[in-house]
Design a protein around this ligand. Structure first.
Ligand SMILES: C[S@@+](CC[C@H](N)C(=O)[O-])C[C@H]1O[C@@H](n2cnc3c(N)ncnc32)[C@H](O)[C@@H]1O
Length: 400
């Protein structure tokens, strides 16, 4: 695929990146957000569960889109390829229409659910779907509950920012020792415009001030520099998923339907390790589903051959080509050259050609009509008939 010298460099770079990935996976396996990736369970969407060995995928370098995920064997349409637990989650910033969800796994909580509640210093409440999530949340909650987040949260909510809530959670995890400060470094960062960086500086100052006010030990927050904050945000921007639940139970379905009607379908956002390596295609061969919480399920949309790259769609695939291109360029910083774009290009070329043909045919018709009228006036009926015939031929060509 690559020239030999380039191939060696790429292979070296790939193997060092994969080593880095393994290190991070090992590091994170000690955190409560541990088993992010597991082997597929046969048709676990429909309830049956049979373990099928390691996931049939590997991360390698692509020709033009950085790292990507490739099939190591043939994968059948509809197959559950693997599941992934999130590294970091956060519910959608609470507003009037925000759905009521577990503060850890983002499961929808019905009004009648027996939720467990912890009280924040500023009077806020955190809801969990059960003891397991409450226990797991200790990795950030013990630190988070020491501080008063009213200013920080209000600042982010007023600007409709969602990622700073996730950075806050990562920072709490690092302070509590539940994650390392470089836990997301392996993910690709977004390119940030200087104005965006200036806006982020204000949030950073607020975050740091909140920890300082809570008298968190200076040593524990030594990692919290402007550069760290911006680095995490840059990674969250292109690697976080907006979680929309399909709903495993009737109650969940009702709650999701209610939140869609109220205008907010997402229960929150989450970032994963392996799912972050999937590249985009406007006509994807895999998709990611969330059934009842933020645990992701990656499923094949059609038959995939061994060695084929697995790609998801980052955006709403039903948008037109131009809108998709703009969103991908502005949101993710790349130009999509997928097959759907090429097809759209080919279609617009054909349309352009047809339009040109119509125009030139129309011009010919007008010319022939003018000539026919001149011949009629000069009583040369044979010539007039000839031009009328010519008109019919042009019209016929125009029609086809
Ligand atoms: C979530 S990451 C995907 C994994 C990434 N390739 C990596 O090496 O970590 C998203 C980034 O991958 C690249 N990318 C994804 N899909 C692409 C595509 N179809 N064409 C070009 N670049 C793509 C873009 O740089 C994008 O911002």
């Amino acid at each position: 695929m690559f020239s030999s010298a380039g191939s060696i460099v790429l292979r070296r770079r790939a193997s060092s990146e994969l080593r880095q990935l393994l290190t991070v996976l090992r590091q994170l396996s000690h955190s409560p957000f541990s088993t992010h990736t597991s082997s597929p369970e046969k048709d676990d969407y429909s309830g049956k569960s049979t373990k099928l060995g390691p996931p049939p995928i590997q991360v390698s370098l692509t020709e033009s889109a950085g790292r990507g995920v490739f099939a190591t064997r043939r994968i059948g349409a509809g197959e559950l390829i693997h599941t992934a637990e999130p590294l970091v989650t956060h519910p959608a910033p609470s507003g009037r229409d925000a759905p009521h969800v577990c503060y850890y796994c983002l499961r929808l909580l019905g009004k009648r659910d027996g939720v467990l509640v912890a009280t924040a210093p500023n009077g806020g409440l955190w809801y969990f779907c059960g003891d397991v999530c409450r226990e797991r949340a200790k990795v950030f909650l013990e630190v988070e509950r020491k501080a008063d987040w009213s200013f920080y949260d209000k600042h982010c909510r007023m600007r409709q920012l969602k990622y700073p809530f996730m950075v806050k959670r990562v920072a709490c995890m690092v302070i509590s020792g539940g994650a390392s400060a470089d836990c997301l470094d392996i993910l690709q960062p977004a390119f940030l415009h200087p104005e965006t960086i200036i806006e982020m500086e204000e949030e950073f100052e607020l975050l740091k001030a909140t920890f300082l006010k809570a008298q968190i030990n200076d040593e524990l927050i030594a990692f919290l520099t402007k550069q760290w904050y911006i680095g995490i945000l840059a990674r969250l921007r292109i690697n976080s998923f907006r979680i929309e639940l399909i709903g495993g139970s009737y109650e969940n379905l009702l709650a999701s339907a209610a939140s869609v009607v109220e205008g907010e379908a997402a229960v929150g956002n989450a970032v994963y390790m392996l799912p972050s390596f999937y590249n985009h295609d406007c006509d994807p061969n895999v998709n990611i589903l969330w059934i009842e919480n933020a645990d992701a399920k990656i499923r094949a949309l059609r038959d995939i051959e061994a060695g084929e790259e697995l790609r998801i769609c980052y955006i709403d695939a039903s948008m037109d080509c131009k809108a998709r291109q703009t969103l991908l360029a502005e949101g993710f910083g790349f130009q999509c050259h997928c097959l759907r774009k090429e097809q759209a290009k080919a279609i617009s070329k054909t349309l352009l050609y047809k339009r040109k043909l119509c125009l030139s045919s129309a011009k010919l018709i007008v010319k022939a009509l003018v000539l026919a009228s001149v011949q009629m006036v000069t009583s040369d009926l044979r010539a007039a008939n000839l031009f009328i015939l010519l008109n019919i031929i042009i019209l016929f060509r125009f029609k086809t």
